[in-house]
Design a protein around this ligand. Structure first.
Ligand code: C5P
Length: 310
C-alpha cells in the first residue's frame, strides 16, 4: 500500500489546463487534427506519489469515483512510467498514487497531468535524469496535451497541440469552472465535429492543415486584459460538445447571467470555464452558480507546470 511507503515517495504536482483558444483544422491520416491552441495552466492539481516497487501499479484517491479511472495499462501515469523505463533501460517498477484534483474526463487534461507528473517523479525515483528535451519527447508520445502539463504557464500549441511556444501573459486571470458529474470522451467529441463538418458538405471549405492563433487572443493575454480575452476566446470543439450534451448551452448562459465576462467549453468538455473580471467577481459567479445547483470551482492561472514537491 503506497501510504505506508509515503516517506520514501517522490511527490510531483502537475496542473490542469484550460484551452483559452482552440482552433481545430483538418484531420491528418493518423486521425489527429491540426490544432492552433492556447493553453493556460490553472490552480487545480494532480498530485502523484511514486514509491519504489518491483512491478508497476497505481492507486487513485481524491474526490473521484474510482470506477472512472482505469488502473491497468490504459492509465496514462502507468504508461508514462513504463515508457520512461523502456526508454532508459530501467528494470525496476514503481507504485504510483494519484491524488486527483482535476475533474476526470472533464476536458482539463487531468490524465495528461498525471502522465507528466509520473514522468518527472519516476525520472527522480530511478535517477535516470533524462533532461528536459527528452522528457518533452516522451511526453508527446503519451498524448497531445502531456508536454503542456510539463511546461505549464500559458503557451501556444500547434501541430497536434504538442508543439509548444510560451506565450506572454501578464498578471492573473480568474476563472470559475462549472464541472459536470459525468465526463465526455475526447475522441467522441472530435468525431462529432468531423461529422458536423461533413454534414455541411461541399459548401464548406476544407479545414486547413495549418492554422494560427488569432492576434487579439495573444494581445489580450500579453496585456493581462480579461475583458479583451473574454471577447476573443473561442473553442471550435464547443458546438460538438453542446451537440453531445445540450445542457452545456444552458450552463454557459447561467454563468454569464451570474456575472462572468464570458464562458467557453474547456477542451472537449464538459467542464465550462468562465472568465471573470477578478477574484471578487469570480467569488460572486461561483456562489450564484452553486445557488443554481451547479458544481463550481474558483481557480486562477497561469500556474507552473509539473513541480517536484518532495
Ligand atoms: O493525444 P490524446 O490521447 O490526448 O488525444 C485523445 C484523442 O483526441 C485522440 O485519440 C484523437 O481522437 C483526438 N485528438 C485529435 N487531434 C488532436 C488531439 C487529440 O483528433 N490534435
Amino acid at each position: 500500500m503506497s501510504f505506508a511507503q509515503r516517506s520514501d515517495a517522490v511527490h510531483v504536482r502537475a496542473p490542469g489546463k484550460i484551452n483559452v483558444y482552440l482552433g481545430v483544422g483538418g484531420r491528418h491520416d493518423d486521425g489527429y487534427h491540426a490544432l492552433a491552441t492556447v493553453f493556460q495552466a490553472v490552480s487545480l492539481y494532480e498530485d502523484v506519489f511514486a514509491s519504489p516497487a518491483d512491478d508497476f501499479s497505481v492507486t487513485v484517491t481524491g474526490n473521484v469515483d474510482p470506477a472512472t479511472v482505469p488502473t491497468d495499462d490504459r492509465n496514462l501515469a502507468i504508461r508514462a512510467a513504463k515508457l520512461l523505463a523502456q526508454a532508459t533501460g530501467v528494470t525496476a517498477g514503481v507504485a504510483l498514487e494519484l491524488r486527483k484534483g482535476v475533474p476526470v474526463a472533464g476536458g482539463m487534461g487531468g490524465g495528461s497531468a498525471d502522465a507528466a507528473a509520473a514522468l518527472v517523479a519516476c525520472d527522480i525515483l530511478w535517477g535516470t535524469d533524462v533532461g528536459p528535451a527528452r522528457l518533452h519527447d516522451l511526453a508527446a508520445r503519451l498524448g497531445a496535451d502531456v508536454p503542456f502539463a510539463l511546461h505549464g504557464g500559458t503557451a501556444v500549441g500547434t501541430g497536434r497541440g504538442d508543439r509548444l511556444t510560451p506565450a506572454l501573459a501578464r498578471g492573473r486571470f480568474d476563472w470559475v469552472l462549472a464541472t459536470s458529474p459525468e465526463g465526455l470522451s475526447t475522441p467522441a467529441i472530435y468525431g462529432r465535429l468531423d461529422q458536423m463538418r461533413d454534414e455541411r458538405g461541399a459548401l464548406a471549405d476544407d479545414p486547413p492543415l495549418s492554422l494560427d492563433v488569432p492576434v487579439p487572443v495573444l494581445q489580450a493575454l500579453r496585456a493581462g486584459d480579461a475583458g479583451d480575452l473574454a471577447a476573443a476566446m473561442l473553442n471550435d470543439l464547443e458546438p460538438a460538445a453542446i451537440a453531445e450534451r445540450p445542457e452545456l448551452d444552458l450552463i454557459l448562459a447561467e454563468g454569464v447571467r451570474a456575472g462572468a465576462l464570458a464562458g467557453l467549453v474547456s477542451g472537449s468538455g464538459p467542464t465550462i470555464a468562465f472568465l471573470c473580471a477578478g477574484p471578487d467577481a469570480a467569488r460572486v459567479v461561483q456562489e450564484e452558480l452553486r445557488a443554481m445547483g451547479r458544481e463550481a470551482l474558483h481557480v486562477h492561472g497561469p500556474v507552473p507546470g509539473a513541480t517536484v514537491i518532495s
